[in-house]
Design a binder for this molecule. Structure first.
Ligand SMILES: [Zn+2]
Length: 699
């Protein structure tokens, strides 16, 4: 969705709406009330914060939207920055008269602080319920709050109030979907959905195959009903379009109504293999289009097998081409759209080993002719790796890892060594030998290290340290010492090995017996690291909630997998999945438990301790899980017990159908708590406490 910001704010208004000194960011959704003082009257009030959604996307503001009551009337007021940022309006401010002028194409709205009347294109209009714009001090800044419904409607948008989750949803006018079909004659297969007019679409991917389920792309058409022209597609309220024969990796598309307030039509694309996608509106045919095309979602550096590696993350098995051009390695990912950095060309400095920097962009092929490598129709994302010295093709090693392309600026870093993970409990190591199986093995049960020594003449290995950390093997280290290679393989607790070596290969098989014999292999836990991407969550003096929550969640994932649990992460990097999407993912995967991980904040910097929030009152449901986790957190972290808190209006707790909790692991606003939370060992301990709570709850 795009609401272009037409104007910018200048002058004194900056003071009123400064985006700086954000202390609590989107913290409000976790707090029941926000206390603010009216600087003109000196009156302090407690306000209930509201979630804001526009075109189906959560809107993260620096100051919360609030419920404001005057007499018997309650209205939602939003910080004026919301109007500027999301509704494409230009705003100006008159300090003396405290007048706000909102300009959009064809409309001018003038409002005044504490004045129940506005003028719209010069005509005086009473504001709904007579609730006027107000000033409220948030932190040390005065913020202007305006009635969101009035402005939305004046701007031709529709507004819905979702009381359960205290959410305001603003959308383009309602439309109807009437047909869905696959157009496979297009350059890329397109699922086309006929609509009566343009709507906003949001989408998310469920990588079900990661936990033994089906992969899906879910597209929600906001403020859209559906009435299929062909009623024979409809069964039990769900319209099904079958693709058949798994063509293009698509099994079928299901159309269903996903909520009525506002109406949302959901298209779920069931996949036989992982596919990338993008969604757009075709205004010539009035169709919302799901184009199945690969996407480059991220490019980053990673240390793999002890070697600095450029990892290109895509959505489906990639097709690509590699060229050496001067001292650059150029990777062209075919049939792909750049989604990383919102499609903007980006260069990232590295200055490590032979890599100076890497960059990525959507290749502009529009002027390409017959002389060029590609045609003007080709859709290509280009990743260029700038090197500190020229290399040859022999110096580059590429590894395909499902949907990732890994580019090593090194000869095969593994050489004759290989490590293969077979499933969650089993893996093996192999070393190919040129010359007879002549090696010694020794196992130190204290350090759980298997050490192999073999003559240098028997094979060819590179020195490296590989932190495997896959819940079976901790790490592998290979070092040459005189005329021997010493291969040290450190195992995870309860991993055993068997020697299956042959004359040509050293082969050791590893089994994590805890995982193999686990009672939890069919128990799926969805972990939801709070916030992410443009939503920092609470911001401390030294750290951000989104980063600490992710770190604790990754530790939680690892510790749960170590016990044999199936785990699905709503995010495993710095991105923002929508709140409703997070719950939908857990529901779709039919998860057994849902655990959201957050860090708390309070204006009172003395506030400290842990708390777990839940929706359900049931001790076999969310409250039972929350109680079990809270008990472990308090004792393991030796933290102040703030108790289990009932919070039924939080989206992720309310919308999830399984026992769900939201853990607050401490206060980022408290200096001592923040220092603890920034210690990875403390987050590991907190994650361990959550694991203990989960295990006790499931007993
Ligand atoms: Zn949070």
């Amino acid at each position: 969705m795009t609401y272009k910001k037409i104007g910018i704010i200048i002058g004194i208004l900056c003071l009123m709406m400064s985006m700086h000194s954000v202390v609590f960011a989107n913290k409000f959704i976790e707090t029941d009330t926000v206390t603010m003082t009216n600087p003109l009257t000196g009156v302090t009030g407690n306000y209930q914060p509201v979630n804001l959604m526009m075109g189906g996307e959560d809107v993260i503001t620096d100051v919360p939207g609030i419920l404001y009551t005057s007499g018997s009337n309650t209205r939602t007021l939003v910080p004026i920055s919301f109007i500027v940022d999301r509704m494409g309006a230009t705003i100006s401010w008159q300090q003396e008269t405290r007048e706000i002028t909102i300009d959009t194409a064809g409309k001018q709205i003038v409002m005044q602080i504490d004045n129940a009347y506005a003028t719209v294109n010069g005509t005086k209009t009473k504001l709904p319920d007579g609730i006027a714009p107000i000033l409220l001090a948030f932190g040390n800044q005065n913020k202007t709050f305006v009635p969101v419904k009035f402005i939305s409607e004046q701007l031709g948008l529709e507004i819905n109030w979702i009381g359960d989750t205290r959410t305001v949803a603003i959308n383009k006018p309602v439309q109807t979907l009437t047909n869905v079909y696959l157009d496979y004659l297009k350059q890329f297969p397109e699922i086309r959905m006929k609509v009566t007019g343009e709507v906003d679409a949001t989408s998310f991917v469920i990588s079900g195959s990661d936990v033994g389920e089906q992969d899906k792309i879910v597209i929600d058409l906001q403020n859209t009903k559906f009435e299929l022209d062909d009623p024979s597609m409809l069964k039990n309220g769900v319209g099904t379009y079958r693709v058949g024969d798994g063509i293009f990796g698509i099994d079928r598309v299901e159309i269903s109504l996903n909520g009525t307030n506002p109406p949302t039509t959901r298209a779920t694309v069931f996949l036989d293999e992982k596919r990338g996608h993008r969604v757009f509106y075709d205004e010539t045919t009035h169709e919302m289009v799901i184009q199945l095309i690969n996407t480059v979602n991220d490019v980053q550096m990673e240390n793999t097998y002890g070697t600095d590696t450029v990892v290109i993350e895509t959505s489906e098995r990639p097709a690509y081409n590699i060229n050496l051009i001067g001292d650059q390695i150029v990777v062209d990912v075919f049939n792909s759209v750049l989604k990383a950095d919102e499609g903007l060309s980006t260069i990232v400095p590295v200055n490590k080993g032979k890599i100076e920097s890497y960059g990525y962009s959507q290749l502009d092929t529009s002027q390409y002719g017959t002389e060029d490598l590609y045609t003007s129709k080709d859709v290509i994302t280009r990743v260029a790796i700038a090197l500190t010295e020229a290399v040859t093709y022999d110096d580059i090693y590429i590894e395909d890892d499902g949907t990732n392309i890994k580019v090593f600026v090194a000869q095969n870093p593994l050489n004759n060594f290989d490590y293969v993970r077979l499933n969650t409990a089993k893996s093996h190591v192999s070393i190919h030998l040129f010359d007879g199986s002549n090696f010694t093995k020794a196992y130190d049960s204290k350090t759980r290290t298997l050490t192999l020594k073999l003559p240098v003449a028997s094979t060819d290995l590179n020195d490296f340290t590989y932190p495997v950390d896959d819940n079976i093997v901790r790490a592998v280290n290979i070092a040459r010492s005189g005329d021997q290679y010493i291969v040290s393989i450190q195992l995870i607790q309860n991993t055993t090995y068997t020697d299956n070596s042959t004359a040509d290969d050293i082969i050791f098989a590893f089994t994590n017996n805890t995982i193999l014999n686990s009672n939890y292999t069919d128990t799926l836990i969805v972990i939801d690291p709070g916030h992410g991407g443009h939503d920092s969550g609470a911001v401390g003096t030294l750290a951000k909630e989104k980063d600490l929550a992710l770190q604790a969640s990754l530790s939680l994932e690892n510790q749960l997998k170590q016990l044999g649990f199936k785990v699905y992460m709503t995010r495993s990097k710095d991105v923002y999945p929508g709140l409703y999407d997070r719950a939908d993912i857990a529901n779709d995967l039919n998860a057994d438990l849902f655990v959201s991980v957050h860090i708390n904040a309070h204006t009172n910097t003395a506030a400290t301790g842990v708390e777990v929030l839940c929706n359900s009152e049931s001790m076999t449901g969310g409250k039972g899980l929350a109680t079990a986790i809270q008990k472990e957190l308090v004792s393991d972290l030796n933290a102040v017990d703030r108790g289990v808190v009932q919070r039924p209006n939080l989206v992720v707790l309310r919308e999830t159908k399984m026992p769900s909790v939201l853990c607050e692991l401490g206060f980022i606003s408290n200096a001592s708590d923040q220092a603890k939370l920034m210690d990875p060992a403390y987050l590991d301990k907190a994650a361990g406490a959550i694991v203990d709570g989960i295990v006790k709850f499931l007993k």
